[in-house]
Ligand binder design. Sequence first.
Ligand SMILES: C[S@@+](CC[C@H](N)C(=O)[O-])C[C@H]1O[C@@H](n2cnc3c(N)ncnc32)[C@H](O)[C@@H]1O
Length: 185
Amino acid sequence: MGFHTYPVERAAELEDASRYRFCSREELLGLLALDGTETVVDLGSGTGFYTDDVAPFAERVHAVDLQEEMHDLYREKGLPGNVTPVTADVADLPLGDGECDAAVTTMTYHEFYGEAALSELRRVLRSGGRLVVVDWSRAGTGDEGPPREERYDLESATAQLEEAGFSIEYSTERPETFALRASTD
Ligand SMILES: C[S@@+](CC[C@H](N)C(=O)[O-])C[C@H]1O[C@@H](n2cnc3c(N)ncnc32)[C@H](O)[C@@H]1O
């Protein structure tokens, strides 16, 4: 398990559209490169702020979050028809082997990273499956987002994912966040 879990008391902040300055819908969709046939798992979906952006471009989305209250808020907002809320830890996913074509996670990798979580992620992704990670970077200022000491930088995240058997296809680090796309063999 990674660092602190985002508190449900601050869930409203997840719906603030100014968050797109850290990762836009277009960047996320460009990295995912979906063709509409995929089963996608969103790891740490929260209130579904970014899940809503991905859902129209996927066949099906499993929105995974530890906190049932986050799913309650997403239900209140309105779940897209192809999104299924799943209350689970990334390290113990109630999904079948190779069930997912792609996985996405926004601003949450630092909360769930651990060898067990990455091994579980590999299990549920099919061979040739894609993983897109956008998260706060330790190389950032820390003026917004979690404290810098709770973040990973791109170099560490790359090493962790390669250790878990992912191949990094693309990565970039910006003032406050990093983004990467990885794939399984
Ligand atoms: C910072 S919020 C981001 C939510 C969403 N990805 C977004 O960008 O709007 C992190 C979310 O991940 C969830 N989370 C943290 N650790 C998790 C874990 N190990 N397994 C599943 N969900 C987790 C938290 O409950 C929280 O809702």
